[in-house]
Design a protein around this ligand. Structure first.
Ligand code: FAD
Length: 416
């Protein structure tokens, strides 16, 4: 049986941050371009807001909007998931049984949260004191747990890299500690941070400020300690911990509250496709974001292989680069726009203060503001204002509308 085949000039896989920002940047440059977005969900989420939902600062509803209302004017939406790629034939198949052909393809299906990578976790999420800001439905439960906790042990965990927004597990912890401190309860709560990593944060410039908060809140810091199993009813968590000599030990901790950041990986649909590199990510050139083997395919966001911090801030800079380079490719020109690896992680160290980590490839500092205004290595009120008040409208009203605030793409010769 032959499946029905529709054709679009540009097909975009994923209506998340990367997919919609690229659609908007393309249509701003060429309003009559035929663009179709493939996205199964009917809701678009502003995920950076979930930290503030868990922190009791944002209402959950503020982080979700109807997909139909967030699509840029001129883009068509096909509500289905991609089931398979056929890059040599310039087409893909969808879960609703249709096929779509394209002249150029943008791949942005995000990262896969592997809740089943931790034994027992899925069964107890949202109950027994087990929560995660990594899910829209669970972030309000974080808020409730923090509000209600009076004493006992609170565990916060971080899996091995890569994860999206590498600072989010710590942000959840600092905001919780700050609330307990203000309520005069922190002394009765025994807070532990268990991270699979060997350092507190991957870019060393930001570590001293973060360490000061670890000390201030009296957090027991456990590096190279990976959550492997949860028994919700017994309220016990199991960790695999590496000693200084490399010996692995199993450690069990009981808890009143457990905030989990799940292990993450490239989406199955990419891992199993011809688009993947050896680690499963969409194999792109880290500068042009063009696929290394298929010249009319581009990748951005959490699913792509570029070694930047996986953040919406990175997407803000990547989308204009993909738009420029994709249009150049359609016109028969070589891609000239270059992504510099920028990513950002606003670390909410207390209510009213943020350590604004902004960096590019190789951990190179890339501040957006002069140090007299915001010194990203230090906690700052202005950076909090940016996170709470400015970044949400920048996301909805600029990034998803193709207004490229602080994100004008650089050309190869300027980047040299
Ligand atoms: P997403 O925005 O996740 O979108 C992927 C889309 O693809 C989804 O809509 C999905 O439904 C769709 N999709 C999946 N599979 C298919 C398929 N087979 N076919 C079609 N569509 C598919 N970033 C920051 O910059 N700053 C922050 O402070 C920050 N904090 C964060 C805090 C938390 C708790 C979380 C969870 C994330 C945070 N991020 C932050 C990260 C940021 O949200 C992501 O990096 C960003 O959303 C990545 O965009 P994306 O388009 O790659 O993926």
């Amino acid at each position: 049986m032959t499946l029905p085949l529709t054709i679009a000039t540009v097909v975009i896989v994923g209506g998340g941050a990367g997919g919609l920002a690229t659609a908007a940047s393309l249509l701003r440059r060429r309003p009559d371009l035929n663009v179709t977005v493939i996205e199964p969900r009917d809701t678009h989420y502003y995920q950076p807001g979930w930290t503030l939902v868990g922190g009791g600062i944002f209402d959950q509803a503020k982080t979700a909007r109807a997909m139909a209302s967030t699509l840029p004017t001129g883009a068509k939406w096909h509500q289905a998931a991609v089931a398979g790629f056929e890059p040599a034939l310039n087409r893909l198949s969808l879960t609703d049984g249709t096929r779509i052909g394209y002249d150029a393809l943008v791949v942005a299906p995000g990262i896969e949260l592997n809740w089943d990578g931790i034994e027992g976790l899925r069964d107890t999420l949202g109950q027994n004191g087990v929560t995660s800001n990594y899910a829209f439905d669970l972030a309000p439960y974080t808020d409730r747990l923090v509000r209600d906790l009076r004493g006992g042990r609170a565990l916060f965990t971080q899996p091995p890299m890569p994860i999206k927004c590498a600072g989010a597990p710590q942000k959840a912890m600092y905001l919780s500690c700050d609330r307990w401190r203000r309520a005069g309860r922190l002394e009765d709560i025994d807070v532990e941070f268990h991270s699979a990593g060997a350092t507190l944060f991957g870019v060393e410039h930001f570590v001293p400020s973060l360490m000061r908060y670890i000390e201030r809140y009296g957090i027991d810091l456990n590096l190279t300690s990976t959550l492997t199993a949860v028994d919700g009813e017994a309220k016990r968590a199991r960790f695999s911990t590496k000693d200084a000599d490399g010996t692995l030990r199993i450690v069990e901790r009981d808890f009143k509250m457990l905030h989990v950041c799940p292990p993450q990986r490239a989406p199955g649909i990419i891992r199993e496709s011809e688009l993947a590199d050896s680690a499963g990510w969409v194999e792109v050139d880290p500068g042009t974001l063009r696929h290394r083997r298929f010249g009319n395919i581009f990748g951005l966001g959490d699913a792509c292989s570029a070694p930047n911090a996986k953040t919406a801030a990175a997407v803000r800079k990547q989308a204009p680069v993909v738009a420029e380079n994709l249009l150049a490719t359609l016109d028969g020109r070589a891609p000239a726009a270059i992504y510099d690896g920028y990513g950002s992680c606003p670390l909410t160290v207390e209510r009213g203060r943020v350590v604004l980590a902004e960096f590019g490839y190789g951990g190179k500092l890339m501040p957006s503001f002069p140090a007299w205004l915001i010194d990203g290595t230090k906690p700052s009120h202005l950076a909090w204002f940016l996170k709470e008040r400015m970044l949400p409208p920048i996301y909805w009203k600029a990034m998803l509308k193709g207004r490229e605030w602080l994100a004008k793409p650089r050309k190869a010769e300027e980047a040299a």
